[in-house]
Design a protein around this ligand. Structure first.
Ligand code: SF4
Length: 367
C-alpha cells in the first residue's frame, strides 16, 4: 500500500490477518479435496436437479472455478462481473438466485432483487476490500468531509453502500469520476487505493482515497512482468486497475474483468500476460482456445507465488458447498429493509448513468 500513503488521511487500518486467510484456505482445501470416483459427476447431476426443483438459477463470477462457471452456463445461468450478475438475476424469472462469488456480490444481488431468495455456497466468502472498509469508519470519514461526494467501489458491504452517494464497478469508475470532475465535485473514494489512484491519475479530480487494497491484485510484480515479457515480446499485458501503479504502467490494456476478456478477442494478438485472478482464464480460453494466456508474476520479490494469484474467498465456492446449500437452504443473504433501500439509491444512480451514457462509454472504450 506504499504507493497510496501520500493520499491517506485516515487512521491506519488493521492489515488482513494471516489467520483469516488461513481459515479461507482451509475451507478451499475441503472444497478442493480429491473427489471419490464418480462424485464430481454425481454432484453436478444433483445440483442441476436441485436448481430445477428450487426454481433457482446459478450466477457465477469470472473468478470462480472452471467447474462452477461451466455449470452456470450449462444450466441457463451466467458467468459475469458483479454488476452483470445482479442484473442477470433481476431479469431472470427464477425466484432463487444462487450467487457463486463473494459476500458483497450476494448482497448486491439481494439489494437489486429484494423479492427473491439469494443463497451463496459460503457466506463467509468475503473480500479484503470489504473487510478493510467497516461501515462505522466509512461513515466517520464521510462526516469529516461533508463537502466531498462519496463514491464507493462495488466491493463494499451493503451498509457502506447505504452511506455512499455513488457505487461504481471497475468498468464504470472512470466515466463516472470524469463526470463528477466536470461538475467540479470533489470525490471521497473508498475502498481500493490502487483503483482510486488510477482514476485520480486519469481524471485529475480532487480526491481523498481510502487505504484499502485487494490481497490478490496488490501482489502483482512489475519486475516479474518485465522479465516474462522478455520471453514473450509480442504478448499484450492486460492489467486490472486494482493492481499497483507500477504494474498498471506496464499495461497495454487496463480494464475491468469484462474489459480484459474483451481485449483478448483482438484478432491481431495471440499472447497475453494477464494481471488479475486466474479464474478469468476460463472465459478467455473459451473465447480464444488457440491463444496463449500467461499469469502475471505475483507475490514476493521473485514474483512466483501460485497461491497469491488466487483469491482465497472466491476459491471457497465449490461443487460440494453449492449442492449443500441447495439442499439445506442455508447461507441466505438477509439485509435489513432500511439498508437495502438506502443502498439501492447509489447503485441505481450508477445503473442509470450506465444506461444514459452507453454510447459515450462504448466510444471511449470503457468496459
Ligand atoms: S480478488 Fe480481490 S477484490 Fe476480488 S474478491 Fe478477492 S480480495 Fe476481493
Amino acid at each position: 500500500m506504499d504507493n497510496c500513503s501520500e493520499k491517506i488521511i485516515l487512521p491506519t487500518l488493521d492489515p488482513i490477518g494471516q489467520d483469516l486467510l488461513d481459515q479461507a484456505w482451509a475451507e478451499v482445501a475441503r472444497q478442493e479435496a480429491a473427489y471419490e470416483p464418480g462424485e464430481q459427476e454425481d454432484l453436478r447431476c444433483r445440483i442441476k436437479q436441485l436448481l430445477k426443483e428450487q426454481d433457482a438459477v446459478l450466477v457465477a463470477h469470472y473468478y470462480t472455478s472452471d467447474d462452477l462457471q461451466q455449470l452456470a452456463e450449462d444450466t441457463g445461468g451466467t458467468v459475469a462481473d458483479s454488476l452483470e450478475m445482479a442484473r442477470f438475476g433481476h431479469e431472470h424469472p427464477a425466484s432463487t438466485l444462487i450467487v457463486a462469488g463473494v459476500c458483497f456480490m450476494g448482497e448486491t444481488a439481494k439489494i437489486l432483487n429484494p423479492e427473491k431468495r439469494v443463497l451463496m455456497p459460503d457466506v463467509q466468502a468475503t473480500c479484503s476490500l470489504d473487510l478493510e472498509c467497516p461501515a462505522h469508519l466509512f461513515a466517520a470519514f464521510c462526516d469529516a468531509h461533508p463537502d466531498y461526494t462519496s463514491v464507493v467501489y462495488a466491493n463494499t458491504s451493503a451498509a457502506v453502500k447505504a452511506r455512499a452517494d455513488w457505487v461504481v464497478t471497475s468498468g464504470i469508475a472512470l466515466p463516472i469520476i470524469k463526470y463528477l470532475a466536470e461538475q467540479n465535485e470533489k470525490v471521497l473514494w473508498a475502498p481500493d487505493c490502487h483503483l482510486g489512484s488510477y482514476v485520480q491519475r486519469e481524471t485529475g479530480v480532487d480526491m481523498l482515497i481510502w487505504p484499502g487494497s485487494c490481497v490478490v491484485h496488490e501482489q502483482f510484480k512489475a519486475e516479474g512482468i518485465k522479465t516474462l515479457k522478455k520471453s514473450y515480446p509480442e504478448a499484450q499485458v492486460l492489467v486490472h486497475p486494482e493492481s499497483p501503479a507500477e504494474v498498471v504502467a506496464l499495461a497495454d490494456v487496463v480494464g475491468s474483468t469484462t474489459g480484459l476478456i474483451q481485449a483478448t478477442l483482438n484478432p491481431e494478438v495471440q499472447e497475453f500476460i494477464v494481471a488479475t485472478e486466474p479464474g478469468i482464464f476460463y472465459k478467455m480460453r473459451q473465447a480464444s482456445p488457440a491463444k496463449t494466456f500467461l499469469e502475471a508474476p505475483s507475490g514476493g520479490l521473485g514474483g512466483s507465488c501460485e497461491s497469491c494469484r488466487r483469491c482465497p474467498w472466491m476459491a471457497m465456492n465449490g461443487l460440494r458447498n453449492l449442492a449443500q446449500v441447495l439442499e439445506s437452504g442455508a447461507h441466505e443473504i438477509i439485509i435489513a429493509d432500511e439498508i437495502c433501500q438506502k443502498a439501492l439509491v447509489p447503485i441505481q444512480r450508477m445503473m442509470d448513468f450506465a444506461h444514459n451514457h452507453q454510447i459515450v462509454m462504448k466510444n471511449k472504450g470503457n468496459a
